[in-house]
Design a protein around this ligand. Structure first.
Ligand SMILES: Nc1nc2c(c(=O)[nH]1)N[C@H]1C(S)=C(S)[C@@H](COP(=O)(O)OP(=O)(O)OC[C@H]3O[C@@H](n4cnc5c(=O)[nH]c(N)nc54)[C@H](O)[C@@H]3O)O[C@H]1N2
Ligand SMILES: Nc1nc2c(c(=O)[nH]1)N[C@H]1C(S)=C(S)[C@@H](COP(=O)(O)OP(=O)(O)OC[C@H]3O[C@@H](n4cnc5c(=O)[nH]c(N)nc54)[C@H](O)[C@@H]3O)O[C@H]1N2
Ligand SMILES: [Mo]
Length: 778
């Protein structure tokens, strides 16, 4: 809980700039980092240093002297904090008591130092020896007869080496139950892009930003979530490259930026405009907005050709390289501008202007984040953005491409080395040969399916390799009681979080070293790890700090130990050798995936890393048609199951502040949005506040609209008047996750639709303040 009085005042400064430099000083103090810790920051994102533990943005070959940002520095500072969460802490606090602590308070307890086991008699976590913990976990997992009732979750920070071992462990154990955090973010990308262009990751490299002459930006917030990206954007803007943004909120990082690493800019206060055009699309309105742009482009093309001028489309590319264009154009012809305007909340003129700018550009990059992926129609929307790029041949060309901005720092790499619940995405035959076993062929649980299985009582054991599953997932009020019914919960973690407190019958907290720390594995020498950034480049990582506690063990080693305690010995699976020398794990990875990881040991230290093969970059389309596929959307309705906005319901998007990393809450200052001192807010358009007869500063309860008869409520949210489209609301994640039903997810990818939760607004007394049917959509 914050001690500060809530304060709401517009923030006038640009992103970056002195605000960010000042914040960096505060960060080290707030995180309790000794001065020596600041030195660690200079090793961040450097060859022979460690890779930032925050976001997955591209690590350049020629890093800046300080290749980090405010939020990367925060993530590091919170890892190297001097605070410690020790057995003495747990002796003082019963687990039931800690359930009343919020994210911020739990995070403040610092780094976990000892392996712990839950003791029901005292309702406390008590220290346990590593040997006893691992033996008991092995025993419990072995005792589970139906191997499908154990789940192996991972969060996207875990390195390639650990992830490879973990996925192999699950398959040797007998299932593909490998949900991971990307099921909650870019799973939509992993489903949409293969259908369209035959690869599940983006096609853009850092160099492309220097060559692009147009950038389209949908639903991603670089100022908070990938600030290093503001450097290439700043350069592009200075070259006069139009940057056209679609976002319901006017995010500061997308408006203005002062580079905190440039002394000249800092002294003169010079700032760069980022977006040249800002379209405040309605939440979920991107499907309609993209349709409008594509339609305007087709019309423009027809007009140009009628006037005897050349086509504005890349007709040659469309004919040679793509499939489905004619159907798509026919569909565009049927869609009606009134409907496009109503659903996108944007004027036809704005969409036509975007199409004109796009038509003139030779190389365009399309960037997107959670604003597209976390919607019911997310898969179609991402594919529609690809359609737009394909119309002008903007894939497989310098300076162009599709650029999903991945979340966690190694979420992409984990998928590359086998963490997936989808058996067809793992090289099972090769694994069978390499390790002499019959891998399970049945689909495993993704995040949503794991939750459903837990609700159904089908899951007995849940192993969590990093992350904070219980807070990150939807439907808190239903999931927590179901979670407690599991027999075994194993939490591999660096910091205490709520998932550890909502424990199963037998529960362990197993503290590990962070990758910023020197890692000796089970061997004598310092060990390296590796990770993949959002552009498919794989980099080496070496820890630089002493581990937070002498009792920590490394993540790869821990996976090896648990696997050994659980599985029958297999001479082809050398857990001990792997734990002692991670180069041996890389050899094994290269054997499984020779095309990607040949010469792994050398190449991961190349400046900028090595890029995995990206066939679509070479216009080699690994799709069903052998071509890039245009999608023809089903329609413009973003969510068929949801009542239309403007009747009596709103669309709530759940947001990250500038002072959090997912469920880790660093503090209560969402500086760029001018919201300080509290996270319990609901952002509303002034017209909606007035229409409902509410007052700014009063508290309201949000209620989910659903037909399943289950009450999902979030009381105590302060009404804040905000520049957000009418009918749309904003609230923070994870505080509002209680409102998100587990079945409200993107069709095709099952990514929870966290950006469009249908809700009604009620005064905290409980009375609905929505006048019945007053506001029919205009
Ligand atoms: N500092 C920091 N960095 C992070 C994270 C963090 O929590 N903190 N999280 C990491 C992770 S795991 C991820 S996945 C990424 C997430 O990074 P982002 O993809 O940026 O995710 P969000 O902050 O959830 O929201 C993105 C933006 O979408 C906009 N938006 C919401 N609804 C819509 C819509 O319907 N249409 C459009 N066009 N826009 C919409 C919101 O206004 C917001 O600006 O960041 C990663 N980096
Ligand atoms: N409503 C709503 N819900 C969302 C989202 C949203 O936008 N809105 N976003 C979704 C997204 S994009 C994501 S990715 C998920 C995030 O879901 P998760 O990845 O499960 O959650 P995090 O908050 O990133 O996990 C933080 C915890 O990871 C542990 N940790 C940190 N570093 C390490 C490490 O090096 N090793 C180990 N073993 N543990 C470590 C710490 O104990 C810390 O408490 O949430 C999703 N949920
Ligand atoms: Mo994410």
């Amino acid at each position: 809980m914050s001690n500060d009085k809530p304060q709401f005042a517009p923030y006038d400064a640009p992103s970056g700039g002195w605000g960010s430099a000042r914040s960096l000083g505060d960060i080290l103090t707030r995180a309790g980092v000794p001065i020596s810790g600041a030195l660690a920051l200079t090793r961040q994102n450097k060859v022979d240093g460690f890779q930032c533990v925050s976001c997955a943005w591209i690590k350049p070959a020629k890093p800046l002297p300080f290749e980090f940002c405010e939020n990367g520095a925060k993530a590091t500072a919170w890892d190297i904090t001097s605070r410690r969460c020790t057995p003495e802490f747990f002796a003082k606090h019963r687990v039931t008591e800690l359930l009343d602590w919020d994210e911020y308070q739990l995070e403040q307890t610092g780094r976990l130092t000892h392996p712990l086991r839950y003791d029901a008699a005292s309702d406390r976590y008590l220290p346990v020896s590593w040997a006893a913990a691992i033996a008991e976990i092995g025993r419990e997992l072995r005792a589970i007869e139906d191997r499908k009732s154990a789940v192996f979750y991972s969060s996207g920070r875990t390195a390639n080496e650990t992830s490879y071992l973990y996925a192999l462990f699950a398959r040797l154990y007998g299932n593909n139950n490998l949900p991971d955090s990307s099921n909650m973010c870019h799973e939509t990308t992993s489903v949409a892009l293969p259908l369209s262009i035959g690869q599940g990751v983006g096609t853009v490299a850092l160099d492309d930003f220097a060559k692009a002459d147009c950038i389209m930006f949908f639903g991603q917030n670089p100022g908070s979530n990938s600030p290093r990206m503001l450097h290439p954007l700043q350069e592009a803007s200075r070259r006069g490259v139009p940057i056209i943004t679609f976002n319901p909120l006017r995010e500061r990082g997308l408006e203005r930026f002062t580079n905190p690493q440039s002394p000249a800019e800092m002294l003169t206060g010079e700032e760069t405009r980022i977006s040249s055009r800002y379209n405040q699309v309605k939440t979920g309105g991107d499907l309609a907005a993209l349709t409008g742009i594509c339609k305007a482009l087709v019309d423009l093309d027809a007009a140009e050709k009628a006037a005897g001028r050349p086509s504005v489309l890349d007709e040659d590319f469309i004919a040679r390289e793509t499939h489905g264009f004619a159907d798509f154009v026919a569909w565009l012809g049927q869609e009606d501008w009134d409907e496009i305007e109503r659903r996108s909340g944007l004027h036809r003129g704005a969409l036509e202007a975007t199409a004109h700018t796009y038509a003139r550009a030779k190389a365009t990059i399309g960037i997107y984040g959670m604003g597209l992926t976390q919607h019911r129609a997310g898969v179609e929307t991402v594919r529609l953005l690809v359609n737009l790029l394909l119309m002008k041949g903007n894939i497989g060309r310098d300076g162009a491409g599709i650029c999903p901005v991945r979340g966690h720092s190694n979420v992409q790499g984990q998928r590359t080395v086998g963490i997936t619940e989808k058996p067809e995405l793992a090289p099972l035959d090769r694994l069978a040969e390499q390790y002499g076993f019959e891998p399970p062929r049945e689909k495993g649980y993704d995040t949503v399916e794991a939750c459903e299985a837990i609700l159904d009582g089908k899951v007995k054991a849940f192993v969590m390799l990093g992350g904070n599953f219980v807070r990150a997932i939807p439907d808190h009020s239903r999931m927590e009681p179901a979670w407690r019914k599991m027999r075994l919960t194993v939490n591999v973690a660096t910091k205490l979080n709520r998932s550890h407190l909502v424990h199963g019958e037998i529960s362990f907290i197993l503290p590990v070293a962070s990758r910023i720390e020197v890692d000796r594995g089970a061997g004598p020498s310092s060990q390296a790890l590796s990770m993949e950034d959002t552009s498919g480049c794989i980099h080496g990582n070496k820890g630089v700090r002493a581990p937070a506690s002498p009792f920590l063990i490394s993540e790869p080693r821990l996976v090896c130990e648990i696997a050994k305690a659980t599985l029958d010995p297999n001479p082809k699976v050398p857990w001990d050798r792997w734990a002692a020398d991670y180069a041996e794990i890389r050899t094994a990875i290269a054997e499984t995936y020779p095309d990607i990881f040949h010469d792994y040991e050398r190449r991961m230290w190349e400046p900028g890393g090595f890029q995995r093969p990206l066939p679509a970059r070479k216009r080699d389309w690994k799709t069903d048609t052998g071509k890039a596929n245009f999608v023809t959307p089903k329609g413009l309705v973003e969510d068929l199951d949801m009542p239309e906005v403007g009747h009596d319901s709103f669309r709530l998007m759940t947001l990250r502040s500038n002072d959090q990393f997912n469920t880790t809450v660093y503090g209560y200052s969402d500086r760029f949005r001018g919201i300080n001192g509290t996270r319990l807010v609901v952002l509303m358009n002034r017209a909606d506040i007035d229409r409902l007869g509410l007052k700014v500063g009063e508290t309201v309860t949000l209620k989910t609209v659903s037909k399943d008869g289950i009450d999902r409520v979030r009381p105590g949210l302060l009404v804040v008047a905000y520049d957000i489209p009418v009918g749309c609301l904003g609230g923070y994640y994870p505080e509002c996750n209680v409102l998100l039903p587990i079945w409200h997810y993107a069709e095709g990818s099952k990514t929870p639709a966290a950006k469009s939760i249908p809700v009604t607004v009620h005064r905290d007394s409980g009375r609905a303040v929505v006048p019945a049917m007053e506001a029919e959509p205009a």
